[in-house]
Design a protein around this ligand. Structure first.
Ligand SMILES: [Zn+2]
Length: 682
């Protein structure tokens, strides 16, 4: 089951599409780009008017979005460097299969993917046994075993999501879990909103579904009918789903019950059979995140005729597999999801998709080879030192807060002390030896890798929590906080230049990576994370009075971001982005404190015409340099819990008087708030 983690930035693997040109591999290690790039700035812009433009204007000009990208950024470029580097590893592994077992496996997976003619020859064959099973279904009341088979192979796109989760009341224990799923569009709102753009998107989606049925060989009439059916069922399902803002309330997602209760909730699914078929370990308790959704699933199962369910299942099996099938399926998938919905102009090169999929599906195998080259013990020690300094700053900050009572402070400090720091890569690597990878069956390989993950997830039910586990692979350029684990996680991929640059002065490093560390740390104390205690249990550790004061402070942030426009006339949904906005602000304040402390005995000099304080803030802003397509901004306005990059910088500095001082900004300028309007949470 997918866990709720608080990542530093929005991450859709499929969207991290890159250059179309077949560039030659980068060599034996990733390319070096320095942090704090003076050329990336726009010195003609006024820092007190638009600090983002001042710091990133040069970058934006010099880095147009490549045609197969939906957006382009410092983070995406670094990930591309990683992919280029991983490509050399994978091509070598694919050519020389006689190496160790791990290298052999990633080489076969990549080799199968890159073999386009075999992928073409295979067509739909990897999913045909499942399509046949759907065709053989004789009554909706017999759907349960089929559902388990399809969910095991294709996941949450088949009606709903299943697996394990941490018990919200006892975070050391894994329990069974059920959650919503079943939609082809990125969010329930796409089905329900009535504005012109949403209607257009629905028309295009209907057309996409119709095309997929046509590609499967259906007649035009039957494809029309089946597409209408799929969209109608999904719309009914979407209506019963919570909004993303509602899902930020962890109490709304906590509904622990027994299998007998499930049977009362959704009797059309035979739950005893369901769990037997999926070979769940014996268990007592299952958490159903959205019971209302399962009531709706039941309603639909009892009212839609068998023929319609067959259409729904057929579509989702093929649609979710399309990127790995022959070109006509992959192209249609690209046309709708990446070109129409997100604005990409062309497909990314095959090798890049293949590297990304290897990273996604066998990430801890590929990661072993990656960290050997890029992540030295010195780098680990350096970043760990920075983490400790930022945690110390957080402790100091909590002790100094003038609005919080001693009781709540004590609880907050206990939570801070309990946070686990995970840096670089896991101590124990995932063992993929049981995954069968065939050199001539790529779509089958993806299925088997997914099944391996689902089996691993299901087998956790009833087991104690493994605190060593990671939710991102080592080459990932991102970071996260997990509130049930109470841990912060920084993959090796995010601790590289230009984000963390051992060759640079401390100022931009603290501004950039220090701020990211502070961001993840602050997630433990944002409006959502603060509802979990030191052990990761959902338990209120606040006095009533302190909570009220805290809520008033986060409201200041919510009101500020609500004024920002994401795209067109769509404002930032600041109830959705609140946790990230609070983390952005808190993180940068902590980084600044920690930097001041780390350099208090050093004589810092201006470099390249920037004072040390200016270097801190420009270093901070330059993590976020990016160019974005309008289409992608629209999808993100509806789904991304982070504010657009520009506001992740300008929205922070307006609340930092140290920034105004560094650039001698005056009240009345856009980057300065009057003192009594400054938002202060942590
Ligand atoms: Zn975050």
């Amino acid at each position: 089951m997918r866990k709720i983690i608080f990542a530093f930035l929005f991450w859709l693997l499929v969207s991290a599409a890159l250059f179309a040109q077949e560039k030659s591999p980068a060599g034996s290690e990733p390319a070096y780009t320095p942090s704090l790039d003076i050329n990336a700035m726009d010195k003609s812009a006024e820092p007190c008017v638009d600090f983002y433009q001042y710091s990133c204007g040069g970058w934006k000009k010099a880095n147009p979005i490549p045609p197969d990208e939906t957006s382009w950024s410092v983070y995406a470029k670094l990930y591309e460097d990683n992919l280029n580097f991983l490509r050399t590893i994978l091509e070598d592994a694919a050519r020389h299969p006689g190496q160790d077992a791990v290298t052999h496996k990633i080489g076969d997976f990549y080799g199968a993917c890159i073999d386009q003619s075999e992928v073409e020859r295979r067509g739909l064959s990897a999913v045909e046994p499942d399509l046949d099973a759907i065709a053989r279904l004789r009554a909706t009341r017999e759907i349960t075993p089929l559902l388990t088979r399809l969910q095991f192979a294709y996941g949450r796109t088949i009606l709903f999501d299943q697996g394990s989760t941490q018990d919200p009341d006892n975070s050391e224990q894994q329990i069974a879990a059920l959650d919503r799923g079943g939609l082809g569009l990125p969010d329930r709102d796409y089905y329900l909103k009535e504005d012109a753009k949403s209607r257009e998107t629905r028309r295009r989606y209907l057309e996409h579904v119709r095309k997929v049925f046509r590609l499967m060989g259906e007649t035009p009439a039957s494809a029309n009918q089946d597409a209408a059916t799929v969209v109608r069922i999904e719309t009914a399902l979407a209506k019963a789903q919570l909004t993303r803002v509602e899902r930020r309330d962890p109490y709304k997602l906590k509904h622990k019950m027994k299998v007998a209760d499930l049977t009362r909730l959704a009797p059309e699914i035979r739950w005893e059979i369901y769990y037997q078929e999926l070979h769940y370990p014996e268990f007592q308790i299952v958490n159903v995140a959205e019971p209302e959704y399962f009531r709706q699933v039941n309603q639909e199962l009892s009212s839609e005729p068998l023929r319609n369910w067959k259409a729904y299942l057929r579509f989702h099996v093929v649609d979710s597999s399309s990127p790995y099938l022959s070109a006509k399926f992959a192209d249609e998938n690209f046309d709708f999801y990446l070109e129409y919905l997100r604005g990409a102009k062309q497909q990314q090169a095959r090798w890049k998709r293949c590297v990304e999929w290897t990273d996604r599906d066998l990430g801890e195998a590929l990661g072993q080879v990656y960290v050997k080259t890029v992540f030295s013990p010195e780098l680990k020690a350096g970043t760990l030192d920075m983490v400790r300094r930022i945690e110390d700053s957080m402790g100091e900050r909590i002790r100094e807060l003038d609005w919080m009572s001693p009781e709540t402070k004590q609880q907050a400090l206990a939570k801070l002390a309990a946070i686990r720091n995970k840096i670089g890569y896991p101590d124990k690597w995932r063992d993929y030896s049981s995954v069968r990878i065939a050199r001539d069956d790529f779509a089958g390989d993806v299925q088997r890798a997914n099944e391996f993950e689902r089996r691993r997830d299901i087998n956790k039910v009833g087991q104690p929590v493994d605190h060593g586990e990671w939710d991102m692979s080592p080459p990932t350029v991102n970071a996260y906080y997990n509130d049930e684990m109470n841990d912060i996680n920084f993959p090796a991929g995010v601790l590289q230049p230009p984000l963390y640059d051992a060759k640079m002065d401390d100022a931009p490093n603290y501004g950039d990576t220090g701020g990211t560390i502070g961001h993840e740390l602050t997630h433990g104390f944002d409006d959502e994370g603060s509802q979990f205690d030191a052990h990761g249990n959902l338990r209120n550790w606040w006095t009533k009075d302190d909570r009220a004061k805290f809520d008033a402070r986060t409201k200041c942030v919510e009101d500020q971001y609500a004024q920002y426009v994401a795209i067109d006339d769509i404002h930032v949904n600041s109830k959705l982005t609140l946790g990230e906005d609070v983390a952005d602000l808190g993180g940068e304040i902590l980084a600044y404190m920690a930097w001041k402390d780390a350099t208090k005995d050093k004589q810092l000099e201006p470099i390249d015409g920037l004072t040390p304080d200016q270097r801190f803030f420009v270093g901070f802003a330059q993590w976020a340099c990016s160019n974005d397509r309008d289409q992608d901004l629209r999808v993100r306005a509806a789904t991304d819990p982070h504010s657009p990059p520009k506001y992740r910088i300008n929205g922070v500095v307006v609340n930092m008087p140290d920034f105004s001082k560094a650039f001698s900004c005056k009240v009345g300028q856009p980057m300065v708030k009057p003192e009594d309007k400054v938002c202060k949470v942590w």
